[in-house]
Design a binder for this molecule. Structure first.
Ligand SMILES: Cc1cc2nc3c(=O)[nH]c(=O)nc-3n(C[C@H](O)[C@H](O)[C@H](O)COP(=O)(O)O)c2cc1C
Length: 210
């Protein structure tokens, strides 16, 4: 597939077909993670491939209450029809156990260095050694015709997830990525801001290109 087309059509998939994902395809997708950059090339990202129905159901049961809280906070009124994006994400939440593969993205704490941890704001740099690998997986999956969705709600109940999946104490959870063949065709164009909104030249607010 054309590189730009892969990037521009990797959206969040919320409806998955039950068809199993062949192991050789999944291995190719996960192999893409290895090539991502990490701070100091520590390569501390780990992927837990959950296919076991009982564990998938347990993950869904942990996810759904978090999702419901999120929807409530987002202002959806009980009983009222949900906006399209929320409705699709709601379907995914309630059917998470039916997605063929749930990838639990983990990272070894000792391999992460948050150079911004002393600043008086949210620390984000630690994630810089995790999410590039996740994005590689999303893109590689798209190139194989597989849908994915990067989700992070489940990180709020990390202790329960770690217990369920026997994740060691010195390992954190960073995302849950459902993966499977999509019900709907891939999007042709994602809703994204124009380049001029996100890219400046020489000084903040100045155009990068004239
Ligand atoms: C850091 C991060 C966390 C996210 N967490 C969730 C989540 O918990 N649940 C969910 O359904 N989608 C989650 N998403 C998916 C976003 O809603 C999605 O990327 C966004 O709406 C754009 O969708 P599109 O790529 O289909 O246009 C997350 C995305 C990111 C980047």
């Amino acid at each position: 597939m054309d590189f730009r087309e892969v990037i521009e059509t990797t959206g969040a998939c919320r409806h998955y077909r039950p068809d199993p994902v062949p192991d050789e395809v999944l291995a190719r997708v996960l192999d893409a993670a290895r090539w991502a950059p990490t701070g100091g090339n520590r390569q501390g990202v780990r992927f837990l491939v959950v296919r076991d129905p009982a564990r998938k159901t347990a993950l869904r049961d942990l996810y759904v209450p978090l999702w419901e809280q999120y929807v409530q906070r987002a202002g959806a009124r009980p009983g009222a029809p949900l906006p399209k994006l929320i409705a699709a994400a709601d379907h995914m939440a309630r059917h998470l156990d039916e997605v063929p593969v749930l990838l639990v993205v983990c990272a070894q704490l000792g391999d992460l260095l948050a150079t911004d941890r002393h600043l008086d704001r949210l620390s984000v740099v630690g994630g810089g050694s995790i999410y590039p690998a996740v994005q590689n997986v999303l893109l590689a999956a798209r190139a194989e015709g597989l849908g994915t969705a990067l989700t992070t709600l489940l990180c709020a109940v990390e202790p329960q997830v770690k217990q369920l999946l026997a994740i060691p104490a010195d390992v954190l959870t960073a995302a849950l990525v459902p993966l499977g063949f999509p019900v709907q065709p891939f999007p042709r164009r994602l809703a994204r801001r124009p380049l001029t909104d996100i890219c400046f030249g020489d000084a903040w607010g100045e155009p990068a290109f004239r």
